[in-house]
Design a binder for this molecule. Structure first.
Ligand code: SRM
Ligand code: SF4
Length: 573
């Protein structure tokens, strides 16, 4: 263990979560026993903290909370299970497995997340082992999908779009594997692997993380310009692929982004990552590992709200970080290379890849895959998976690519798409195609307002204004979350709504269309009528007064509705 690590372990009193991790014997705790306990559908809080590292959260159905409380019943405890694959690429067999377990053990829906993972909701305790076993048998994992470790590594999900995309995807997988926790706890608890009494000391068991893991979650994403679909500036550690004539030269490194904040606490804020230099592909793993160890050693372990990497960097300064990184690496970063981002959304419909195969990006509203009376999305995708030898790819914007369709299969897949009316979103407004909403109610314990269940109807109403203004096909990025944690990366949207209370939102304007600038608070605590009242004149003015090619987020700054935010440090100014 490095000296710094020991120092940080000994400084200010640590939060309770640090103690839980320390006592857990590498994430074991008493999980094996509490999962067997048939008296309650819940698990104790200490184990719930550890459960996150295993890819699951205990939740309760908040729609049922009051009623069950009245009836003096315990809350309807259930578990969310997050399944990850770097870059969100899975096979048809893996899709079919997710589809089956969603129907058999969860609430019959699949959630595609903003980090290219799957989520199942409503799994009861007794079914957790079945779910995790099936996931692992299909060669996917839930390990480290949540918890104070590196999370799912994001990248453009289409490895066949070009050779550079392919190489970037391979690097995303390598970073992901390199930073996976090494504890055997997961295999013992869920996969019935024999318990080994391990005589190795802490550093050997978790060579990168050590016995208390990271102070907080850590996120990595790799972007391939001109697309910034992974929102590289929202990541703790972002890599921007630098390519020339179809060749990957290396990556610009960006550090210290993050979206979370708390209402009313100006010490918390979203931040955009800053570009600090250029590295070659072979240097990527070293940079990722050393960056993670710096956060391990210097991140705040006493106040969890302040424990994200962005605060470590902002408190000490970017120069301090670059210096520390270069010292640990033993070499210096090169000067950052030029790059250009054009957008942070997904491109829909059919595209032909570098291998002559076809790829179809479907619009999935807020990432929820389910069957409804008029739209059998889940069944349609199941039928495709049955005949599709290519793959499925979860995009960073909660959409789905049916990837790698050979020419001779394209018609068959197109027929299923047609039969089930699956949509690439062209029938919708460009605003809706560029929308994201987090899960929020009824499963998210932190939600203050609706998000996924509300944004579609709010969009119906905003679309009427767009139609009046002639802006239906204007690409504007809009995002909503049920609380300020920022799971749909709202601080980077041109228009954002962040939940404050049931039916009330803070409204933000002015994010950059390519995910390069934070937005700014415009109105506080407003309901639907005020939202529409506020938006109508701004959208109408934008329609009339925008300059050639000017995006909405840039317009609202030029027109004086909000000030430009250059750094998270100015977010609350
Ligand atoms: Fe998130 C906590 C859902 C992406 C920032 N997030 C949660 C929890 C687990 C609620 C909880 O702690 O009890 C939510 C589960 C809700 C449910 O019922 O499913 C939740 N987060 C999600 C997902 C599913 C949103 C979605 O609709 O897709 C995303 C899953 C990603 C994945 O597959 O790994 C998700 N969360 C994000 C992102 C976006 C990203 O990573 O690109 C962020 C902002 C980026 C960042 O981390 O800065 C994000 N989630 C948070 C935070 C605030 C962290 C902070 O800095 O303070 C929390 C709260 C926490 O950790 O205490 C949180
Ligand atoms: Fe829950 Fe808040 Fe994340 Fe939405 S942003 S899923 S409400 S934690």
């Amino acid at each position: 263990m490095s000296e710094n690590h020991l120092l940080s372990q000994n400084s200010a009193p640590h939060s309770d979560v640090e103690e839980i991790k320390r006592r857990s014997n590498y994430l074991r705790g008493s999980l094996a026993e509490t999962l067997e306990d048939r008296i309650t559908g819940s698990i104790p809080e200490d184990d719930n903290r550890l459960m996150k590292f295993h890819g699951s959260y205990m939740q309760d159905d908040r729609d049922l909370r009051n009623e069950r409380n009245k009836q003096k019943l315990e809350p309807a405890y259930q578990f969310m299970v997050r399944v990850r694959a770097a870059g969100g690429v899975v096979t048809s067999e893996q899709w079919l497995m997710m589809d089956r377990i969603a129907r058999q053990f969860a609430n019959g829906t699949i959630r595609l997340t903003t980090r290219q993972s799957f989520q199942l909701h409503g799994v009861i305790k007794w079914n957790m082992k079945n779910v995790i076993t099936e996931v692992n048998e299909a060669l996917l994992s839930t390990l480290a999908a949540c918890g104070d470790v590196n999370r799912n590594v994001m990248c453009n999900p289409n490895p066949y779009q070009s050779e550079v995309h392919h190489q970037v995807y391979e690097w995303a997988k390598k970073v992901s594997n390199h930073l996976d926790p090494r504890t055997r706890a997961y295999h013992e608890i869920w996969l019935d692997e024999e318990k080994v009494i391990d005589s190795r000391d802490g550093e050997e068991q978790e060579p990168i993380y050590g016995p208390v893991y990271l102070p907080r979650k850590f996120k990595i994403g790799i972007a391939v310009p001109p697309a910034n679909d992974v929102d590289v500036f929202s990541q703790d550690l972002g890599f921007i692929a630098i390519h020339e004539e179809g060749r990957l030269l290396g990556f610009n490194v960006a550090v210290g982004g993050g979206m979370g904040m708390s209402h009313g606490d100006p010490k918390t804020y979203p931040q955009v990552a800053r570009v600090i230099g250029f590295i070659t592909p072979e240097q990527l793993l070293d940079v990722a590992e050393k960056t993670v160890t710096i956060q391990r050693d210097y991140g705040d372990r006493s106040v969890r709200k302040h424990a994200r990497f962005k605060y470590t960097i902002d408190d000490r300064g970017i120069e301090w970080f670059v210096n520390e990184l270069e010292q640990r690496l033993g070499w210096k970063l090169e000067k950052a290379r030029p790059y250009q981002f054009e957008h942070n959304g997904d491109r829909y419909g059919w595209v032909k890849g570098s291998d002559d195969n076809w790829h179809f990006t479907l619009f999935i509203q807020n990432g929820r895959v389910k069957d409804e009376d008029s739209y059998l999305l889940m069944s349609g995708l199941r039928e495709i998976a049955k005949v599709h030898a290519g793959d499925f790819r979860l995009t960073p914007n909660q959409n789905l690519i049916i990837g790698n369709v050979p020419r001779e299969k394209k018609q068959e897949i197109e027929q299923i798409i047609h039969d089930y009316g699956l949509t690439d979103g062209t029938a919708y407004s460009a605003l809706r195609r560029n929308s994201m909403a987090c899960v929020a109610l009824p499963t998210c314990g932190l939600a203050m307002a609706e998000s996924e269940r509300y944004l579609p109807t709010l969009l119906d109403k905003i679309e009427l204004i767009l139609d009046e203004a002639g802006l239906r096909d204007e690409e504007i990025v809009i995002r909503m979350t049920g609380c300020p944690n920022g799971c749909a990366r709202p601080a980077l949207a041109e228009i954002a709504f962040i939940g404050k209370a049931v039916g009330k939102y803070n409204m933000y304007l002015g994010g950059g269309f390519s995910g390069n600038r934070l937005n700014k608070l415009y109105r506080e605590n407003i309901g639907e009528a005020e939202i529409l009242e506020e938006l109508r004149p701004i959208l109408n003015r934008y329609a009339k007064e925008r300059e050639e090619g000017e995006h909405f987020g840039d317009f609202v700054i030029r027109a004086g509705y909000v000030k430009e935010v250059r750094s998270g440090l100015d977010f609350h100014e």
